[in-house]
Design a protein around this ligand. Structure first.
Ligand code: FAD
Length: 378
């Protein structure tokens, strides 16, 4: 591919994929003085990043992700300074509700795990306190695990702010430019696009979301990341009934009410994803189950009308952890994809992590659990 190239360009870093992870990477690298070219197959934010529910959650994260999730919160608070816009970020408690004894035991075990690791951001609240905070809950709930200083942001607003910031820092953003090949070329990584253009850089970063696994496989690095179309629903505005972002232990549900009264409902129900076309289809049985879960928890929603359902394609790893770190097969290539349904919360931080990896610096985080080659032996 590189041989038939129409022209070449020579940035310091090429970012593949213009979702929030790729845009965050481009921003952090450009701010550190690197010349960055970002190649996006469609338009920036076209897939998981704009479909996202926008939850910024450190509650109930995998132990390997807690440090990054807590650090990312600080960057969301600084969004106006870092991305020129508040990105709709608002601090809000996240509440994970237990609907029965087994769920409550699960939350207690979770709290023991996180406090045993030295974290103190999660706390268990009992039934009375839960109903004081969320009086609209159905009567059967027993308690909840809470983080007070989590939050949420506006995904589309974040995409636009990250993109604007990247451009203002001199990043070249090329949309409708799918990457077709990644090859090693002397001291550089050579990236070939579908139109026959070749780009060379010391560093290339695979931020291709659900498509990242295909690019990794093409450089001899198979990962266990599958494409999933995660489904969301939003209702018409209803009178205010819930302030925190709500999740449940043992049932698929996440829910929050916006300032204008609409209720955004998700929780991991899957539609159908087609990687070849980039299209996705809803599974209406899943939508129905998702809404039933919401009404079971909040009977007030029984008469709310749905105004829109959608899904977005996300890469989900077998262990629900991102693929984040240097390629084991190709020097100069860094992977940052497969954020497994919870990468929005981390995105402002991931750019900084990748920037440091590209500079050969050790970052403050243990990236071992995210190593691209972790699937090789199993
Ligand atoms: C419905 C839904 C709800 C979610 N809710 C939350 C939430 O509440 N909280 C949370 O933390 N996370 C949430 N997530 C997850 C979060 O949105 C994602 O983890 C995050 O947006 C991933 O960003 P990304 O940049 O890796 O992927 P994407 O946004 O998918 O970006 C990848 C980009 O790569 C491009 N690309 C692919 N192949 C190529 C190629 N060959 N060449 C060039 N470009 C290519 C694609 O076009 C795409 O734009 C949700 C996800 C979905 C789908």
């Amino acid at each position: 591919m590189a041989g038939g190239a129409a022209k070449t360009a020579r940035p310091d870093m090429i970012v593949i994929g213009g979702g929030l992870i790729g845009l965050s990477t481009a921003v952090a690298a450009a701010r550190a003085g690197m010349a960055v070219t970002l190649l996006e197959a469609r338009t920036c934010g076209r897939h998981a990043s704009s479909a996202s529910a926008g939850g910024v959650r450190s509650l109930n994260r995998h132990p390997s992700e807690i440090a990054m999730a807590r650090a990312a919160l600080e960057l969301w608070r600084r969004a106006p300074e870092l991305f020129g816009d508040h990105c709709g970020y608002a601090e809000s408690s996240q509440v994970r509700v237990a609907e029965d004894e087994a769920a409550l035991d699960g939350l207690k075990a979770r709290l023991a795990l996180s406090t045993g690791l030295g974290w103190n951001h999660e706390k268990l609240i009992e039934r009375d306190e839960l109903y004081r905070r969320v009086p609209a809950l159905a009567g059967h709930c027993l308690g909840a695990l809470v983080v007070e200083d989590d939050g949420f942001a506006d995904p589309l607003r974040a995409v636009h702010a990250f993109r604007r910031t990247a451009r203002s820092l001199g990043v070249t953003i090329l949309e409708n430019t799918p990457v077709a090949t990644i090859e090693r070329d002397g001291a550089a990584v050579a990236i070939g696009t579908a139109d026959g253009t070749a780009y060379r850089a010391a560093t290339a970063v695979n931020c291709a979301g659900a498509w990242g696994a295909g690019l990794a496989a093409a450089v001899g690095e198979p990962v266990d990341v599958r494409p999933v179309a995660l489904q969301m629903t939003v209702t018409e505005p209803v009178p205010a009934f819930v302030k925190p972002v709500i999740g449940t232990q043992g049932r698929k549900l996440s829910l929050k009410q916006s300032e204008i009264g609409t209720v955004v409902i998700g929780g991991g129900f899957e539609g159908r994803a087609d990687l070849a076309t980039g299209d996705s289809d809803l599974d209406f049985e899943g939508v129905t189950l998702n809404l039933a879960n919401a009404v079971r928890l909040f009977p007030v929603l029984a008469t709310a009308r749905v105004v829109r359902t959608w899904c977005g394609i996300e890469g989900i790893a077998r262990d629900d952890l991102p693929v984040l770190g240097p390629s084991a097969t190709m020097p100069g290539l860094i992977h940052a994809f497969g954020f497994s349904g919870h990468g929005f919360a981390l995105c402002p931080l991931i750019g900084e992590v990748v920037r440091d990896l590209a500079g050969g610096r050790n970052h403050a985080f243990d990236l071992g659990p995210f190593a691209p080659d972790r699937f090789a032996s199993t």
